[in-house]
Design a protein around this ligand. Structure first.
Ligand SMILES: Nc1ncnc2c1ncn2[C@@H]1O[C@H](COP(=O)(O)OP(=O)(O)OP(=O)(O)O)[C@@H](O)[C@H]1O
Ligand SMILES: [Mg+2]
Length: 505
C-alpha cells in the first residue's frame, strides 16, 4: 500500500571517521513522495548521511531500509540502479560531452551490433527537457552551460534512470532568483509525480517554501523531525545550534573616515560599463544585484584578475595600476573569491597550512617560518570561526563543505590588508557561524579597514552595509544609504522594472 511504510528509514546509523564521530545513532524516516529538508550546522553530518545512502561512504554501524528492506550500497552506481540519485554541488557531468550524451552516459540506446542510436538518444533527451518544461539545447556541450542548467541536466539524468529518491545537497547556493524559482517548480512537479526529495540547505526560508517536513542534525545526532507547518524558523535554528541565536546581524556603528578606494569609469567591454564609486575607511559597502549583473566581475577587475579596457582605480588618493593580484595585495587589497573550492583552498594541505599560507611572507624571517606563532594564529582562527576539525593537521579535503569555506575565510581575516573584497562571504555557512563572520567583519572595520561585500542575501546586505550600490547588466544603477535601503528598493533597481519585481515576489 502506498504511504504505508517510509521509503527510507534510518536506524541508529553511525559513521566514524578517524577522530570524528560524524553520525551518532541517527534514527528517522522519510515518507514516500515528500520533500524532506535536512538541516544542521556545518559539520553536523548531512552530507555524510547522504553519502552513506548513495554508497559513497560505508556506514560504521546501524541500518538503512529502503521500503522496508535493509540496503547497503557499495557504489553510487548501485544506489542509482535502486532508484536513489544525488545531485551534489560538484557536478558529475563530463564537460566535453553534449547534454544528451551526459544524460544517457552509461545507458546508451543501442541498435543492433551495439551501435549507439544517436537519434533516439537525442530524442529521449529532448523529451526529458520537455517533461521538465525547460529550454535546453540537448546538442550543446555541457561546458557551455551555466550552473543552473548543469543542475537541470543532472536532474534529467536522474530521471532517465527512474530515480524514486532524489537528493539535493545545497542546490540553490549558486543560483539566481529566477533559476531558484525554476528549480522549485521542477521540485513541485517531481513531487506530484511521486518522487521523494531530500533537500539540504542553509537557507531556512527556502525550506518553508518547498518542504513538507524537516529533520535537524546537530553534531552527528538526530535532534528532531517535524512538519514544516508546526515549527517556526527560530525553533529550527535553536535545534540546529543548541542555543538561542538572538542577534543574527551584530552590526556595530562606527565612524567613517577618508576615501580609501576610488573607481572611475571602469569599463571592461561586454562586462562592466563605466563604473564609478568610492569607499571610505571604516565603511562596509554592499554590492547588490542579480547573479550575472557584473558584481563578481567588478571585484575581479579591482583585484587585477581580469584586465580592464578603460578607467582608473585610486588607492588612498593615488591612481594605481593593478595588473595582477600581486599588485592588488601590495596595495593592501584582498579578495575572498566566490568559487572557494578551486580558488581559495589547497585541499591536500592541512587546516594549519591553509590558514598559514598568506601569513608566510609576514612570519618567515630570512626563510625561517615562526612555527609556534603560526600555530597560535591558526588555533585562534579555528576557535573564532568554530571550524570543526579534529586537529590543525587535518587535510582540508576531509572537512565538511561549510568548514572548508570557513578556512578560506579565516585565511583572509588572518592577513593584514585594509581593503577587503568579499564575494558572497557567507554562502554555504550555517546560521551560527554567519554571526561569527559578521563579528569578524566588525573587527576589521573597527581597526580601520574597508569592506566591499557582494551578497545575494538581502537580509545580510541590508543589515551589514553602510551603503549599498545596486548593479544591473554591468552598470551601477543606483545607490542607497543605509537608512533608505529596503528589500523592495534593491529589487526594483536590480530588476529594472516594477512589473518584473511584482512577478518575482
Ligand atoms: N572523508 C572524511 N574524512 C574525515 N572526516 C570527514 C570526512 N567527511 C566528513 N568528515 C567529517 O564529518 C563531519 C560531518 O561532515 P559533513 O560533511 O557530513 O557535514 P555537513 O553537515 O554536510 O556540513 P556542511 O553544512 O558544512 O556541508 C565533519 O566534522 C567532517 O569534518
Ligand atoms: Mg555538506
Amino acid at each position: 500500500m502506498e504511504g504505508s511504510q517510509p521509503i527510507l528509514h534510518f536506524e541508529k546509523l553511525t559513521k566514524r571517521f578517524p577522530g570524528v564521530l560524524a553520525l551518532n545513532e541517527v534514527s528517522f524516516a522519510i515518507e514516500k513522495g515528500e520533500v524532506h529538508a535536512l538541516v544542521g550546522e556545518n559539520g553536523a553530518g548531512k552530507s555524510t548521511l547522504i553519502k552513506i545512502v548513495t554508497g559513497v561512504y560505508s556506514k560504521t554501524s546501524g541500518e538503512i531500509f529502503l521500503e522496508g528492506k535493509p540496503i547497503h550500497f557499495l557504489t553510487p552506481h548501485e544506489a542509482l540502479r535502486n532508484g536513489i540519485a544525488a545531485i551534489y554541488q560538484e557536478f558529475n557531468l563530463i564537460p566535453a560531452l553534449s547534454v544528451a550524451e551526459n544524460i544517457f552516459i552509461g545507458h546508451h540506446f543501442t541498435k543492433k551490433n551495439f551501435i549507439v542510436d544517436w537519434n533516439r538518444l537525442r530524442e529521449e533527451a529532448r523529451k526529458l527537457m520537455n517533461f521538465l518544461e525547460v529550454d535546453i539545447d540537448v546538442d550543446m556541450r555541457v561546458r557551455d552551460l551555466g550552473v543552473a542548467k548543469k543542475q537541470i541536466v543532472e536532474i534529467a539524468k536522474a530521471l532517465s534512470l527512474n530515480a524514486r529518491v532524489l537528493i539535493m545537497d545545497e542546490p540553490t547556493a549558486t543560483l539566481a532568483q529566477k533559476e531558484i524559482e525554476r528549480l522549485f517548480r521542477i521540485i513541485r512537479f517531481l513531487k506530484n509525480q511521486g518522487v521523494t526529495i531530500i533537500y539540504i540547505s542553509h537557507r531556512l526560508e527556502e525550506i518553508y517554501e518547498i518542504c513538507d517536513r524537516v529533520t535537524v542534525l546537530r553534531d552527528g545526532r538526530h535532534v528532531g523531525t517535524h512538519s514544516i507547518s508546526e515549527v517556526k524558523i527560530d525553533d529550527i535554528i535553536r535545534m540546529m545550534v543548541g542555543r538561542e541565536v538572538v542577534e543574527k546581524f551584530p552590526r556595530v556603528s562606527h565612524t567613517i573616515g577618508e576615501e580609501v578606494l576610488r573607481v572611475e569609469n571602469l569599463t571592461r567591454h561586454g562586462v562592466l560599463k563605466d563604473i564609478t564609486f568610492s569607499v571610505y575607511k571604516g565603511e562596509i559597502l554592499g554590492i547588490a544585484g542579480m547573479v550575472g549583473s557584473g558584481r563578481t566581475e567588478l571585484l575581479r577587475a579591482i583585484y587585477g584578475l581580469d584586465p580592464i579596457d578603460h578607467g582608473t582605480i585610486s588607492v588612498r588618493g593615488e591612481a594605481v595600476s593593478i595588473g595582477s593580484p600581486l599588485d592588488a595585495i601590495n596595495h593592501g587589497i584582498a579578495l575572498l573569491p566566490e568559487e572557494r573550492k578551486t580558488q581559495g583552498l589547497v585541499l591536500l594541505l592541512s587546516v594549519l597550512d591553509n590558514l598559514g599560507l598568506p601569513l608566510l611572507p609576514i612570519l618567515s624571517q630570512r626563510g625561517f617560518v615562526d612555527d609556534p606563532k603560526l600555530k597560535e594564529i591558526a588555533q585562534k582562527m579555528v576557535a573564532h570561526m568554530n571550524i570543526k576539525t579534529p586537529s590543525l593537521f587535518q587535510k582540508t579535503m576531509y572537512l565538511s563543505g561549510g568548514n572548508q569555506q570557513k578556512v578560506v575565510l579565516g585565511k583572509w581575516f588572518a592577513r593584514n590588508c585594509d581593503i577587503y573584497l568579499f564575494d558572497e562571504p557567507t554562502r554555504g555557512i550555517d546560521v551560527g557561524a554567519k554571526t561569527e563572520i559578521y563579528h569578524l567583519m566588525n573587527k576589521l572595520i573597527e581597526k580601520g579597514s574597508t569592506i566591499i561585500m557582494v551578497s545575494s542575501e538581502l537580509p545580510e546586505i541590508l543589515a551589514m552595509s553602510d551603503r549599498i550600490v545596486v548593479m544591473r547588466e554591468g552598470r551601477i544603477v543606483g545607490e542607497l544609504r543605509r537608512d533608505e535601503a529596503t528589500k523592495e528598493a534593491i529589487l526594483q533597481l536590480a530588476l529594472g522594472r516594477r512589473e518584473e519585481y511584482a512577478r518575482i515576489r
